[in-house]
Design a protein. Structure first.
Lengths: 472, 479, 99
């Protein structure tokens, strides 16, 4: 198994957050009464004609720019196939000239994944299977609601650069986060506004050629994405190891069974008969428009990781969790109030996973300063922090109300001196011993002192005093 | 009576709109059973509309330039709540929930719709014999075809059912029946008239245009229906046309080219009497002070071949939506896919099936470049050659149709013979340029002949000025 | 001369177009389509490699619509003439296979 490498390329469809549909003024909203947000265009009635939504184009350009793509002159094409959810029996999409081409997305670990293209297309209607438990093959008939028909989609086609389920999930999270940040989509995978088709192939590590791929459809969550990839890679490896060849197929992920099954082979693939959509004219966004859109983009997750990392003085990979939690703005605010940068990072990562609640950046800043000054121990700081998140307030007052009066140094020194006296043999070993012995004894003394102070002493301070005394 | 005259009399109160409509209904009742120009006569509604016009006039309201004028519209134009069938069984009984833009514009102008006219199914044909509801006959001779695909509209005007009609022209479907029925027929510049609500045949070629008995009526109708429409992305953002104001300015000094390749020298099959009428037209233009010369548009001879790839390709896609799911009669089967196939198989006629298959083939994997791709490049060649010709000429002329109206059944067995009917008209659809047919004398069989006038994009005014000259001399002895 | 389109190709194309053809129809269509394609053969001799394809007769670009809702649309007018409607949806027989 270890000699195999899984190669993954993802095609992500995201519904664009427009008010109206891609090619008509019917509302881009579904879930209401079936077929209530339709019109002649979204029902594909004879004589109706598409007119392109400017906002959909703008959002597509936003996506392209955020994914470092080249925004280019593009044309729409018809993708012809019969299916009852597709009212015109063709989907208006983009084929050889997509609006965005050749970009990249950086994973949180800093690795760049290629984006081949990000193009505009329209969504289909929704089919409900009636009878047979709602399963397609057992249903007795079906009902079609075209409220979703004509909703604008952006299809983001990633390069086969991903190397395993974790990376694939990371890619989708990062992409989702970008789409949400720039206001292009609500990115809700469970609700279907973000859909992932997954191309999986396997090859021997070190091989340059790609293996034959299978496309997996019906992946509805990040969890299924990982499971489907694992299942599919295993299936393919078993086939190859048994001496057979992989057949290029489209496969369906069955969440309940935890497996993929064949939908159709390459030979049975649709002949889509793409040709330029004669009812629409080319889009050639002006340089000014593209620049205007670029200037209006908010900082992207990657930029935010880099900014926070630079401010704190760590690697961008260390700030990815905070950016993912959308807490980087809070961190920067706290730092602007002179918070201790490293403590900000530590607390946001470890102690503020559920959000900042009532905590203000100012209070957070003073808390980290108190902690660093030794006014509070690590444990006490956590207690005060939790209180601040719950109810807000002043860290100083909260600390006092808990009786967390930090020991003043002279008091602490007295205790240290007494303990040294009581354990003079150990003290000698601490001073003269080798590295290992020194470490061992250091722990011994800190433990005694903490016990003596009932944990009120600051560990760092204790170490400082001990090493000062050892030097003298 | 001319449309312009009817409107004048209705507006002045000299005639009521009701009496106009009643007169036309009478003619329809008498002759329509022989001609079969209509799929549906909306007489009742027309009378209601007429009364409304009359009461508006009585109360002093301002009305449009076509007030009280009867008009027949091709049955591939969507009319809200009124059956729109494209002369196909697959749309039988379908009532659109909206009006085409041209229908809205006609109503605003005060025109009264008399009915929906017959056509070759989905506008595919040149004789109106491919209608699921029976052929239309030529009012000049009931044994002859009226041409097509807008044969019903051409026949309606020729028979006096209405002074005006609308048709659609994808490869000659207005001009050729106009020529065969002896009326004026205009295909405007592509994008001049909104296609919103026109049931698509070949989207990059389709254009709506008027039929009329006179050039000035055709001009007025085109003025009414033209203009930018935000619902059609290919609509040209221009103000509506003003042709009437310049119609009688003459053609002194106009440079007119006679397209060699389409006037008998390049292509065979153009009959002698048609060629004679073209020669007479040249004299008429020269006599009126124009500078007439022979013009060469070499690539125009490839028009037919390119067209019979491009039009079916687009049609194959446009006609995919007729699957029996959302509208039209359904032939129910066990599964949805079988239902779609059964519905389409039963609903489409042979010519439509032929073109769907031809187009599907031309777009299918492995053949796209050889057929569709190549034809789109040839289309560019044709555009280039016309552009070159228009460096030397203001307008061009040719016959509209190679022959006069042929007998019913003459060409139904051999599709290719039927397709050759469009050889002179197709190039203007590929270039998107305006072109019109003006009746000009008749052939040896006594049937009308049409002269085609072609102009560069947006040059409808010059085209109409020449048409006006030709019209004034039609049927006279030309010296 | 070899026919430009075979009977099998016509059958394949009919399937793509969701049309069912009888054996007789297949024969007739095959020869008719071949005749049209024969006529189109005059294009083969043309060298158009350096010519750009034209998809539109009139060169427009960036025709865009403002993202604002339009007039209300009455779906009931569609349902009234639809083949089969149930609970405000279009009813179809069983669907086999996925898109």
């Amino acid at each position: 198994m270890d000699s195999w490498e899984t190669v993954i390329g993802l095609e992500v469809h995201a519904e664009l957050a427009t008010k109206t549909k891609m090619f008509s003024s019917a509302l881009n909203s579904f879930g209401g009464k079936p077929n209530s947000n339709t019109d002649p265009v979204s029902l594909g009635l004879p004589g109706s004609l598409p007119v392109l939504n400017e906002k959909a184009v703008e959002l597509a350009i936003r996506v392209g720019l955020a994914l470092n793509c080249e925004v280019q002159k593009s044309v729409f094409a018809r993708k012809n196939y019969f299916y009852p959810d597709m009212p015109k029996a063709y989907q208006i999409s983009q084929f050889d000239l997509p609006i965005n081409k050749e970009g990249w997305l950086e994973l949180s670990d800093g690795r760049r994944i290629g984006i081949e293209r990000a193009h505009l297309e329209e969504d289909t209607g929704k089919i409900t299977h009636v009878g047979g438990g709602g399963r397609i093959h057992e249903a007795s008939y079906s009902l079609i609601d075209y409220n979703r028909s004509g909703v604008p989609l952006i299809e983001i086609v990633g390069a086969p650069d991903l190397r395993g389920p974790d990376e694939a999930r990371d890619y989708v999270s990062e992409l989702r986060s970008i789409l949400v940040t720039i206001g292009a989509s609500d990115g809700k995978m469970e609700e279907g506004s973000l859909r992932v088709d997954c191309n999986v192939s396997v090859r021997q590590k070190g091989d340059k050629e790609l293996g034959t791929r299978c496309e997996i459809k019906n992946i509805n969550s990040l969890r299924s994405l990982g499971r489907a990839i694992e299942y599919e890679a295993k299936r393919q490896i078993e086939i190859i190891e048994s001496g057979q060849k992989i057949e290029q197929q489209t496969r369906h992920w069955d969440e309940a069974e935890g497996r993929t099954h064949k939908l159709r082979s390459k030979e049975e693939a649709f002949d889509y008969r793409y040709f330029p959509e004669p009812d629409l004219v080319p889009i050639e966004p002006s340089e000014e428009w593209v620049k205007e859109i670029a200037d209006s983009l908010p900082p992207l997750p990657r930029d935010r990781r880099y900014l926070l990392a630079e401010t704190i003085g760590v690697e961008p990979t260390e700030t990815s969790l905070i950016v993912q939690r959308d807490l980087d703005g809070f961190a920067l605010k706290a730092i602007s109030f002179k918070a201790n940068k490293k403590r900000v990072l530590v607390h946001l990562e470890n102690n503020l996973a559920d959000g900042t609640g009532e905590l203000t950046p100012e209070a957070f800043a003073s808390l980290t300063v108190m902690e660093m000054n030794g006014e509070l121990t690590a444990t006490q700081t956590k207690t005060v922090l939790a209180e601040l998140v719950r109810a807000g307030g002043d860290p100083q007052e909260i600390a006092e109300s808990h009786g967390f009066e930090s020991m003043d140094n002279s008091e602490l020194e007295e205790i240290v001196d007494r303990i040294i006296l009581e354990n003079s043999d150990d003290w000698v070993v601490f001073i003269n011993g080798d590295e290992t012995e020194r470490k061992k004894k250091s722990g011994f003394f800190v433990g005694l002192i903490m016990k003596e102070t009932r944990g009120q002493a600051d560990g760092k301070m204790v170490n400082q005093i001990l090493s000062d005394k050892a030097k003298n | 009576m001319e449309a312009t005259e009817i409107a004048k009399k209705v507006l002045s109160g000299e005639m009521s709109a009701r009496s106009v409509i009643e007169q036309h209904i009478e003619i329809i009742n008498k002759i329509e059973p022989d001609v079969n120009a209509f799929n549906l006569v909306t007489a009742e509604q027309a009378l209601i509309d007429a009364d409304e016009i009359d009461s508006k006039i009585a109360s002093g309201e301002t009305l449009g330039p076509l007030a009280g004028v009867p008009i027949s519209v091709k049955d591939n134009l969507c009319t809200r709540g009124i059956e729109t069938t494209c002369s196909s069984k697959i749309l039988e009984g379908w009532k659109p929930p909206y009006d085409a833009t041209v229908i809205e514009k006609l109503r605003e102008a005060g025109a009264i719709i008399m009915g929906k006219t017959n056509l070759d199914e989905f506008a595919m044909g040149s004789s109106t014999e491919n209608s699921a509801f029976g052929p239309t006959r030529n009012p000049h001779n009931l044994e002859r075809v009226p041409g097509g695909s807008s044969g019903g509209s051409a026949a309606a005007v020729a028979a006096g059912f209405s002074p005006l009609a609308l048709g659609s022209d994808t490869g000659g479907s207005i001009r050729q029946p106009a020529a065969l029925c002896g009326v004026v027929g205009v295909k405007p510049t592509y994008g001049r008239v909104s296609r919103y609500g026109l049931v698509a045949f070949a989207s990059s070629l389709d254009q709506i245009g008027p039929f009329a008995n006179t050039v000035s009526d055709a001009a007025l109708t085109l003025e009414v229906i033209s203009g930018h429409d935000p619902r059609d992305s290919t609509s040209i953002p221009e103000k509506p046309l003003d042709i009437s104001g310049v119609l009688n300015q003459g053609i002194e000094g106009m440079r007119i080219g006679v397209i060699e390749e389409l006037s008998g020298k390049g292509l065979g099959g153009i009959s002698k009497d048609v060629i004679s009428r073209v020669e007479e037209a040249i004299k008429v233009f020269s006599n009126a002070g124009a500078d007439v010369e022979s013009a060469s548009v070499p690539a125009s001879i490839y028009g037919l071949s390119a067209y019979y790839v491009i039009a079916p390709a687009e049609a194959s896609s446009n006609l995919s939506r007729y699957d029996g799911i959302r509208f039209g009669p359904r032939t129910e089967a066990a599964t949805t896919a079988e239902t779609m196939t059964a519905t389409r198989t039963k609903g489409f006629g042979d010519e439509v099936k032929r073109r769907i298959m031809l187009g599907t083939y031309a777009l299918s994997a492995g053949y796209y470049d050889a057929y569709y791709g190549k034809s789109q490049r040839v289309r560019t060649l044709i555009m280039n050659d016309f552009a070159k010709a228009y460096e030397k000429f203001d307008i061009l002329i040719s016959p509209t149709s190679p022959t006069t109206a042929f007998p019913l059944g003459d060409k139904t067995e051999d599709p290719m013979q039927m397709y050759l009917q469009d050889v002179c008209t197709i190039p203007s659809n590929l270039t998107g340029h305006p072109a019109m047919s003006v009746p000009f004398g008749s052939g040896e069989d006594g049937m009308p002949v049409g002269i085609q006038i072609l102009a560069p994009a947006m040059a409808e005014r010059e085209m109409f000025q020449a048409a006006k000259i030709l019209e004034s001399e039609s049927g006279k002895d030309i010296e | 001369m070899v026919q430009r389109i075979s009977r099998e190709e016509v059958a394949h194309v009919a399937r793509l177009a969701q049309l069912a053809l009888s054996e007789d129809e297949l024969d007739a269509f095959t020869s008719q389509l071949a005749a049209v394609l024969d006529h189109a053969a005059d294009l083969e001799a043309l060298n158009v490699d350096d010519v750009e394809p034209s998809t539109h007769p009139f060169p427009l670009k960036n025709v865009l619509r403002v993202d604002e809702p339009g007039e209300d649309f009455n779906i009931d007018e569609v349902f009234e003439v639809a083949p089969k409607v149930e609970e405000s949806q279009f009813r179809v027989p069983r669907i086999l296979g996925e898109s």
